[in-house]
Design a binder for this molecule. Structure first.
Ligand SMILES: [Zn+2]
Length: 100
C-alpha cells in the first residue's frame, strides 16, 4: 500500500543519502538540495523543485518514522543512475534485444 505523505513530516531524509554514489551521477531529475541529498524515486515526488507530497510505501514510511533505512530504499545501493546516463547509452539500452 502506498501513502502520499508530506515530505516535511519525514525529518530523516538524510537517512536516504548515500555518500558512496559519485557526485557526477547523483540525480538531476529533482532538486537534490531541497530534499537534503536524499536519493529518491523522482516519479514519487509531486513537486521536484520544492518539498511537497511524496508517494511512499507504508513499510518504508514506518521504518523512516523509526529513523531506520528501509532495506529496499534506492538509497540503499539500489540506485543505478539510469536517468543520468548519456543519450547514446540510453539509445543502446532501448535498442538492445534479449533475443539473439
Ligand atoms: Zn518501500
Amino acid at each position: 500500500m502506498f501513502l502520499n505523505v508530506n515530505v516535511h513530516f519525514i525529518v530523516v531524509l538524510h537517512l536516504l543519502q548515500n555518500k558512496f554514489i559519485p557526485r557526477d551521477v547523483l540525480p538531476t531529475t529533482y532538486n537534490l538540495d531541497v530534499y537534503d541529498g536524499a536519493i529518491l524515486y523522482p516519479k514519487a515526488l509531486d513537486d521536484r523543485n520544492f518539498r511537497g507530497q511524496m508517494d511512499i510505501c507504508s513499510s518504508c514510511h514506518t521504518l523512516l518514522q523509526a529513523e531506520k533505512l528501509p532495506m529496499d530504499a534506492i538509497a540503499n545501493f539500489q540506485y543505478y543512475a539510469y536517468d543520468e546516463l548519456p543519450d547514446t547509452v540510453h539509445f543502446a539500452f532501448a535498442n538492445t534485444s534479449l533475443l539473439t
